[in-house]
Structures are given as C-alpha cells and as structure tokens.
Design a protein around this ligand. Structure first.
Ligand SMILES: Cc1cc2nc3c(=O)[nH]c(=O)nc-3n(C[C@H](O)[C@H](O)[C@H](O)COP(=O)(O)OP(=O)(O)OC[C@H]3O[C@@H](n4cnc5c(N)ncnc54)[C@H](O)[C@@H]3O)c2cc1C
Length: 245
C-alpha cells in the first residue's frame, strides 16, 4: 500500500514502564500495513523557523488489530516524544503511513531471531501478533528484548502467552543492571552477552536475524553474528537512533 496522509485520533495514552508510553489511535482513512512497518508522525511547528518536523514510529500492534498502537520511549527534551506524550484521548495528530520494508521475509527451513532493545520491540510485536506469522510460523523463532532494569520489560505477559501458542517460539528477556536478585528476567546481561552464551548447537546459519534499537547494539550484534558464520544477507536491521560519539 502506498503511504498516505491521515488524521489520527488518539484513543488512549498510558505508561507501560517508567519511561515508555503507549499511544493508541484510529485513522480517518482505512490503512493496511505489514508487521514491522512504521508511521511518520508530523510534529507541528517543532522545527527550525517553526516548521513541522517528522518522526518515525513503528506500529506495535498487529496488522489486523484496531486501534493502532505505538510504544514510545520518552526522550528528555525530544520534540517528537514530548509532543506524542502530550496527547490524550480525543486529540488529533497527522501521520503518513505505511512506510518501511523491515518486515519478516519467510524463508523455507529457516528460523528467525528478533533482537531488540527497549522500544525496538515494537516492530517485532506487530510481526509475531500478525496472522501471517501465527498461521505459518518459522521452524523456530526467538524474540529477545534487552533492558537495563527489570521494570523496563515490555509486553512480558503477552509474549509469555505466545510461547504456548506459536510452535517453537521463545521469549527471552535480558536485564543488564537488575535492581533485585529475583528480577524475573530469563537472562542477566545484555542481548550481546546472551548471543555469545548460545551453545554451538544453536542453528546460527539456519536463522535470519532482525535487529532493532540503538545503533551501537546493532553494530555489536552484527559483529557477533558474522563471527559465528552468519551471512550478511541473513541480517536485517532498523536503527532507531545513533548514540552520540
Ligand atoms: C524507522 C524508525 C522507527 C522508529 N520507531 C520508534 C518506536 O516505535 N518507538 C520509539 O520510541 N522510537 C522509535 N524511533 C525513534 C524515533 O523516530 C525518534 O528518533 C525518537 O522518538 C526521538 O525523537 P525526539 O524528537 O523526541 O528526540 P530527538 O531530538 O530526535 O532525539 C534526541 C536524542 O535522543 C536519542 N534517542 C532517540 N531515540 C531514543 C531511544 N528510543 N532511546 C534512547 N535514546 C534515544 C538520540 O540519540 C537523539 O540524539 C524510530 C526510528 C526509526 C528510524
């Protein structure tokens, strides 16, 4: 579907973790999208000389579900996230979508490993909730989420429930700086530590990898995978932001 400009009406706003909020909205025109695609939100008057800005947000909900859902990390002083965080039920914003090709490409006899940090889980949630994925799951699939503290884990109960619903689907939460011993996550360390800890029996070269989050994590994960013999063509990425040097 070609991207179109739509008016979005907010249905709800709530915090999912101390710094990540969920915004749900409906659109004035019908929109179809694939899991992994994003909306370009117009941030009115926030640019130089009072011009509008645009910011990209992956759609976190299933392609079949309405209203649409976003999950957004509130960035201090960031115009896009502060604008979205100011919106409440009934408020209207402008967006253009669907955009992007960060979608799951089915490959026979191949599994998939989705690797995210923070709100980088959004496109993967949309993919694993989609009918296309659930009706025809890959041979094996893993969704990895890395967070600093345990209270930053997103969609835990929902993802745990999918492990019983999607054949050979596993959900792994990696916490790098837990505040408690009983943090409830499946792995202590970063997603990169988790990947390094996988045994030689993991089918590294029979898996496609989708990476989403900060640029530094993505660069490090790519290096680990390539050292394990994974082909570049099996690695797909969506960089949300680059850390300042
Ligand atoms: C295709 C695509 C999809 C995206 N989808 C999402 C999404 O679903 N949810 C989401 O929260 N963000 C998402 N982003 C990031 C988003 O577009 C904005 O860059 C981000 O929300 C910051 O916008 P801002 O205007 O508030 O701050 P900006 O002024 O643009 O950024 C301020 C600083 O914050 C840092 N930063 C930006 N994002 C983050 C973050 N998530 N965590 C930590 N630091 C950050 C950057 O280093 C930047 O220098 C996506 C980006 C792309 C390219």
């Amino acid at each position: 579907m070609k991207a179109i400009s739509v008016q979005c009406t907010v249905q709800s706003h709530r915090f999912l973790t101390p710094t990540v909020f969920e915004l749900t909205f409906d659109t004035d025109l019908p929109i179809e999208f694939k899991g992994g695609q994003f909306v370009s939100v117009i941030v009115p008057g926030a640019g130089p000389g009072g011009r509008d800005l645009r910011r990209a947000y992956s759609i976190a909900s299933s392609p079949e579900a309405r209203p649409f859902e976003l999950c957004v990390k509130l960035v201090e002083g960031g115009p896009g996230t502060n604008y979205l965080n100011s919106l409440r039920a009934g408020d209207v914003f402008k967006g253009m979508f669907p955009y992007g090709d960060f979608t799951h490409q089915e490959k026979p006899d191949h599994g998939v490993c989705f690797i995210s940090t923070g709100t980088g889980i959004a496109p993967f949630r949309s993919i694993v909730l989609s009918e296309a994925f659930q009706k025809n799951p890959p041979t094996h699939s893993t969704l990895l989420l890395g967070v600093r503290e345990e209270n930053e884990v997103l969609y835990d109960a929902e993802m745990k429930s999918l492990t019983g619903k999607i054949k050979n689907f596993t959900w792994e939460t990696c916490v790098s700086r837990p505040t408690k011993d009983d943090h409830g996550c499946s792995f202590r360390g970063r997603v990169t530590d988790y990947l390094r800890s996988l045994s030689v029996n993991y089918p590294f070269t029979k898996t496609d990898y989708y990476l989403c989050g900060g640029g530094a994590m993505i660069d490090e994960v790519k290096k680990i995978l390539m050292d394990k013999g994974v082909e570049k063509t099996s690695i797909h990425q969506e960089v949300y932001y680059k850390e300042p040097k």
